[in-house]
Design a protein around this ligand. Structure first.
Ligand code: ZN
Length: 351
């Protein structure tokens, strides 16, 4: 089968497109003929080099397609079924899994990071990570939401405990996780303040329901948030940016506020001000992916049309380097999608 893979870490020059051995599904596993895969910032980190990434590796966490083959013991899934992949892999036997907290699993892994991923014609995953595609979605849309929306759901609903009418500040809301968090926070009924850069992105975030959009390249975000909240600060800050926003997050949280972190796109070692944490009695909450219950709740919201994954662009697998470029430049609006080259031949303009 054809796949995108790399044999060493680095920039786009390490990405190759070519033959990769097709894997047989083992007990409890299914093999999916991938029709569309979606890119995440994670894919850039995995290409650059993260501990625990085996080499060579096929990247890609998000994917959707049809069941190609089912391994021994798999029930309820048959070849041809339209399915999507939940990319969080868990052991199902440790104390956290038994408690229903799959993303706290002691053996937690992510498809395309620790095991071969979805930027391929075929991908093998446990059957418990496979869900039917909600009827109204095409393959591109079905691939576009599992990783970011589950991450957003756990951050906003479970960890942030955002309630109707509460105020939420989302840093970098133009990005995948931030944009999904904006949608989930609006669905919950919160008032959302978002930061981004550039007028185009600001306009889109306002359309998505942000009450105020701040340009972090031009405005003092902490000062603006004080003004917007009558000096009170916000109930919850969603921070996936790290180094560049952490101090602002500490300043913007209201007394007793909660700061949820799920990433560090600008670096993992920000300046800290411990006095702000104890004096304002802040809660600092980590969040990664989601548990099974949260994933199903998020999936129901997508199926009902309450959350709508947006597609930015679609590239053939053989053009993966261009897709990585597009994601890395950060000008995209919505998800960058990869599809097998055989599918692009169905399209008149080849793209
Ligand atoms: Zn486990």
């Amino acid at each position: 089968m054809k796949a995108v893979f790399f044999r060493r870490h680095g920039g786009n020059e390490v990405l190759e497109y070519g033959e990769w051995p097709a894997q047989e599904p083992g007990p409890g596993e299914v093999r999916i003929a991938i029709r569309a895969a979606a890119m995440n910032h994670l894919d850039l980190f995995v290409r650059d080099g993260l501990p625990g990434v085996p080499l060579p590796q096929v990247p890609g966490a998000d994917g959707a397609g049809v069941v190609d083959a089912a391994g021994p013991g798999v029930e309820g899934l048959s070849p041809g079924d339209r399915v999507l992949v939940q990319p969080g892999l868990y052991c199902n036997v440790c104390e956290f899994c038994r408690a229903g907290e799959q993303s706290l699993c002691v053996k937690f892994q992510i498809v395309g990071e620790h095991v071969p991923g979805t930027f391929a014609e075929l991908a093998v995953v446990p059957a418990r990570n496979v869900f039917p595609i909600p009827g109204r979605l095409d393959f591109e849309q079905a691939a576009a939401f599992p990783l970011v929306y589950q991450t957003a759901w756990r951050m906003v609903v479970t960890r942030g405990e955002v309630r109707p009418g509460q105020t939420v500040l989302i840093h970098g809301a133009g990005g995948g996780a931030g944009g999904a968090a904006l949608e989930v926070a609006r669905l919950v009924g919160a008032r959302v303040f978002a930061t981004t850069s550039g007028e185009e992105k600001a306009k889109r975030l306002a359309e998505a329901g942000a009450e105020a959009v701040l340009d972090y390249t031009k405005q003092d975000v902490a000062k603006e948030i004080r003004a917007l909240t009558a000096r009170r600060g916000v109930d919850v800050v969603i921070d996936s940016v790290g180094d560049k926003t952490w101090m602002t997050s500490l300043k913007c949280a209201a007394n007793g506020g909660r700061i949820v972190t799920c990433g560090a796109t600008t670096g993992p070692n920000p300046k800290e001000e411990i006095r702000l944490i104890f004096w304002k009695q802040l809660s600092i909450l980590g969040s990664t992916m989601a548990n099974d219950r949260e994933f199903r709740a998020m999936l129901s919201a997508v199926a009902a049309g309450s959350l709508s994954p947006r597609i930015d662009s679609v590239f053939a697998l053989s053009r993966a380097r261009e897709a990585y470029d597009r994601l890395e430049k950060g000008d995209h609006h919505g998800k960058v999608i990869l599809v097998p080259d055989s599918r692009t031949r169905e399209w008149p303009d080849g793209d």
